[in-house]
Write a protein that binds this ligand. Structure first.
Ligand code: SF4
Ligand code: SF4
Length: 535
């Protein structure tokens, strides 16, 4: 029998191309305090309806309406094919506005938000816990995950129910991604220390429903405490025969889904395919804990752990923040800013999103609020021409040619991007980091991807228009042919009826002629009678 890629997964560790060894900066926030604290209620929550990959959710509440904590505010849209996700109220209170507001998004554009003013009572909507998850089937589990609005909490924010729908029973290995490889971010590490049982129970739920044989929890080498906590929890759940913790060396971006699979299995996920093609499902540890809460307690995703850190924060730490909380409230809770604050970022220093201000809300993707000081920011030098040093090529974990991609994008030759595999770029920022010419390569790649998407959309629209035109032409041709056929039929029918008339006339003429002949040959009865009378 042929060996499956998952047969030896985790037995040996492998390498992926490129990558960077970076200073971690995690000690700043990682252990202080544990368990992580909960933020007090804010005076207002601004909840964007589009916090996931896919189409925006449809608002199902109105201004002035009173809502309860955990109540659905918007539901996945019913139009189009793109996935969607539920969004819920982070506390009870009144909806005071539904309007476009600034949100953390690379476009910098305002987006539709539901604004909630808390009533201070924090009253839950009625939850529907489950006594025994083993009674759930695949569809029921997926329905619960969808109703809870769970998305990938590692940063991808892809709706988890859609990811699970594509899973069916083809998976034999579940990888729980606890490799938080980007500097500063430590929310997953905190979760693994604080609530390992939730992660193990979430994994067991997925194993039960999808008949998964093996679970690997991947953590980074220095995460000793996590390892201990997870191992203890595995034995408490008696899950040692299927769940295993594996420590991988520290190398950025090892937490990328494809890179982690390569490290654990030695196999590359083929370009354009998903990990399922290797029989593997990868979930972030926080996502699996959220699945556990949704399935067992019926609790929707209304909060997440956020690392608030950087030299620009007085008391860096991890906090439980409700979705929609203003970032300023998190910063205040962590002692405020230090004097040298220079830049605010949502996420890590390499893949994070620069924020315009701290009034923007925490969203499901917010794993970290990073306040950098002037001393942290090195790349303020202007962009210089490429010197073809090749540094960017040697660190690219996707095996791409960043300098060629950049040249092609500058030349606006977007058609060439497909063959250069720009889609495979995970925007890890390794190339940016090592470029001696300070070229903002990732910005170019995001722009290039945006143009590719726009062109693909344009092509799709023109294909639809062409198809519509061709169908109309075919319809007109068909109508014309039918008209012609009808006309010919009528003509034939007319021709047929005139020949029928002729034959009727001929028959009448023949009958008349026969009558005349008969009349001519008939004896003169009048004369015979006369003869008789005379005689
Ligand atoms: S950002 Fe993209 S091109 Fe640059 S190193 Fe990462 S994967 Fe490669
Ligand atoms: S690292 Fe910068 S300068 Fe060097 S080849 Fe890449 S883009 Fe050019």
């Amino acid at each position: 029998m042929a060996q499956r890629p998952t047969d030896n997964i985790g037995k040996y560790l492998h390498n992926f191309p490129g990558g960077l060894k970076l200073r971690h900066h995690k000690a700043l926030s990682c252990c202080k305090p544990l368990p992580a604290r909960y933020l007090p209620l804010s005076t207002e929550y601004c909840i964007p309806v589009s916090q996931h990959l896919g189409q925006p959710a449809e608002v199902v509440v109105s201004v002035g309406q009173q809502v309860k904590k955990g109540q659905a505010l918007s539901t996945p849209g019913k139009t189009g094919n793109a996935p969607g996700a539920f969004v819920h109220a982070p506390t009870s209170g009144e909806i005071t506005a539904i309007e476009k507001r600034p949100v953390p998004h690379p476009s910098g554009l305002n987006s539709l938000c539901i604004v909630l003013q808390p009533d201070g009572k924090d009253r839950w909507v009625e939850l529907e816990p489950v006594d025994d998850y083993r009674k759930l089937d695949c569809d029921e589990l997926i329905q619960r995950v969808q109703a809870a609005g769970i998305v990938g909490l590692g940063g991808a924010v892809f709706p988890t129910d859609i990811k699970l729908q594509g899973t069916s029973c083809l998976i034999n290995t579940l990888i729980l991604n606890g490799v938080e490889c980007e500097p500063y971010i430590s929310c997953d590490e905190t979760l693994m220390k604080q609530a390992p049982g939730k992660i193990i129970e979430g994994a067991l739920i997925l194993c039960h429903v999808f008949k998964i044989e093996k679970v690997i929890i991947a953590i980074e080498d220095p995460m000793d405490v996590c390892n201990l906590e997870l191992e203890q929890s595995i034995s408490e759940f008696n899950a040692g025969d299927c769940v295993e913790v594996i420590r991988v060396p520290m190398l950025y971006p090892e937490g990328g889904e494809r890179q982690l699979i390569q490290v654990l299995s030695g196999h590359e996920v083929p370009a354009g395919q998903l990990p399922i093609s290797l029989g593997i499902l990868v979930q972030n540890v926080a996502t699996v804990a959220a699945i556990r809460d949704a399935v067992i307690d019926g609790i929707p995703l209304i909060e997440r752990l956020v690392t608030v850190t950087g030299a620009g924060i007085r008391e860096p730490q991890n906090v439980h923040a409700r979705i929609g909380t203003p970032i300023a409230d998190l910063v205040d809770f962590c002692g405020g800013y230090t004097a040298g604050i220079a830049r605010l970022v949502m996420g890590g220093p390499l893949m994070g999103l620069g924020l315009r201000n701290d009034q923007l809300p925490i969203i499901k993707a917010s794993n970290c609020v990073l306040a950098l000081t002037h001393a942290d920011i090195t790349s303020t030098q202007p962009e210089m021409p490429c010197i073809n040093c090749g540094n960017c090529v040697s660190v690219c974990p996707a095996g791409l040619l960043p300098q060629t991609l950049q040249t092609v994008i500058r030349a606006e030759n977007f058609e060439a991007l497909e063959s250069l595999n720009l889609d495979a770029c995970i925007e890890c920022g390794c190339c940016d980091y090592v470029c001696p010419s300070h070229i903002p390569l990732v910005d170019y790649f995001r722009y290039g991807k945006g143009e590719q998407r726009a062109q693909a959309k344009e092509k799709q629209e023109s294909d639809i228009a062409r198809l519509r035109f061709e169908r109309r032409e075919q319809r007109l041709e068909k109508q014309q042919a039918e008209r012609l056929a009808r006309h010919q039929r009528r003509k034939r029918a007319l021709a047929g009826s005139s020949s029928k008339k002729d034959s009727v006339a001929a028959a009448i003429a023949r009958a008349k002629a026969r009558k005349q002949v008969l009349a001519a040959n008939q004896p003169d009865t009048n004369s015979e009678t006369g003869k008789g009378e005379n005689s």
